[in-house]
Design a protein around this ligand. Structure first.
Ligand SMILES: Nc1ncnc2c1ncn2[C@@H]1O[C@H](COP(=O)(O)OP(=O)(O)OP(=O)(O)O)[C@@H](O)[C@H]1O
Length: 340
């Protein structure tokens, strides 16, 4: 649906050159909710703005719905842009227009008939739960309601793709939840492919099926959300993941364990069907090991459980080694951790 190939984007201002994107490649499939995460300045906004050609690449190819955007005539590009809706952190509503008029704006620009506009806007306001606010002005609405207006406006032209630029960053956690639920409905009910950028891993956790992690203009990790959350490779990704997956032993517990002189603590990481206690039982029964569970945490991601267990293992060294092989065969990550 969206393909970015060997994208380089440089900005020039006076004598300075900023390389915002350095050879970026990514594919977004039809039906994806594709998240892009990274710290401020990583290049997320630049990346997402390439998709509707708000920014043009310095080099590389942007393909949307099978079309190379660089090869389109201005008329074809305008038509393509109608297939791509966008919502923003600060909503970008016209303050002097009513909610109805804001949502109607793309349809007015498309010169749709009055009747058509009335029907479509009413339907959209119903969909986002704001049918009673048609005659209000943006400054009479809460942040969450304003974002719903932004969403209704973005959907007016029946887009195939919705781009979300930090759409929930200005909202409180509860309102964020409701907007994310709305995005999920849009994806399912209208079959709209969504690309969203955020600096919050919890947003990715709640709605996305795929994620790209960006750092200094590069994609440093990309894949299904469950894979990236389950086995983050790069330090930045690990830091993001730890904001939602609490897979470290709490410091206070580490101190207690050190005081007790506990040795041989292992961290076991399991994804999906393995994330059960039965694996631990097998270690006890099959390998005659003594296990003491020190800390455990489970996180639900995309209907799958990510589990981490910290266990103290006592027993025959050879038996522990054989048990390690058994765990690796079961796709359970195991490593000895140093306390303190
Ligand atoms: N119009 C511009 N002119 C010059 N430099 C720019 C421009 N837009 C972005 N940049 C620079 O490009 C780099 C990437 O910026 P970008 O806004 O894409 O990052 P971001 O990850 O979206 O950051 P944030 O979360 O703060 O919005 C930054 O160094 C930024 O200063």
């Amino acid at each position: 649906m969206i393909s970015l190939e060997n994208i380089i984007k440089k900005y020039h201002r006076k004598d300075t050159e900023t390389v915002a994107l350095k050879d970026v490649n990514l594919q977004v499939e039809q039906g994806d909710i594709f998240g892009v995460i990274g710290y401020s300045g990583a290049g997320k906004s630049t990346l997402v703005r390439l998709v509707n050609y708000l920014e043009r690449p310095t080099s590389g190819t942007v393909i949307v719905d099978g079309q190379n955007l660089a090869k389109l005539t201005p008329h074809q590009l305008r038509r393509m842009k109608k297939q791509i809706g966008m919502i923003f952190q600060h909503f970008n509503l016209l303050e002097s227009k009513t909610i109805f008029q804001n949502v109607a704006m793309p349809l007015i620009l498309e010169k749709k008939s009055k009747h058509e506009i009335q029907t479509r806007v009413t339907e959209l306001l119903q969909f986002v739960g704001l049918e009673d606010k048609a005659k209000n002005y943006p400054n009479e609405l809460s942040g969450g309601q304003k974002q719903r207006v932004g969403i209704a406006r973005a959907l007016a032209s029946n887009p195939k793709i919705l781009l979300c630029d930090e759409a929930t960053s200005a909202l409180d956690p509860q309102t964020t939840q409701s907007i994310l639920q709305l995005l999920k409905r849009i994806n399912k009910e209208y079959n709209i492919t969504i690309m969203l950028i955020t600096h919050e891993m919890s947003v990715i956790q709640q709605v996305c099926n795929k994620v790209a992690v960006m750092e200094e203009g590069e994609i440093i990790e990309i894949g299904s959300v469950i894979d990236v959350f389950g086995k983050p490779k790069r330090a930045t990704t690990q830091t993001f993941v730890q904001t939602v997956v609490h897979n470290q032993i709490p410091t206070v517990l580490v101190e207690q364990l050190n005081q007790k002189g506990v040795q041989r603590v292992y961290k076991l990481e399991m994804i999906g069907s393995h994330a059960t206690e039965s694996i631990l039982q097998q270690l006890i029964i099959k390998y005659q090991l003594e296990l003491t569970v020190i800390y455990t945490n489970m996180t639900e991601i995309q209907d799958t459980i990510l589990a981490v267990w910290y266990v103290e293992i006592a027993g025959d060294t050879q038996a522990i080694q054989t048990a390690k092989y058994f765990l690796e065969e079961q796709d359970v990550g195991i490593k000895e951790v140093k306390l303190g």
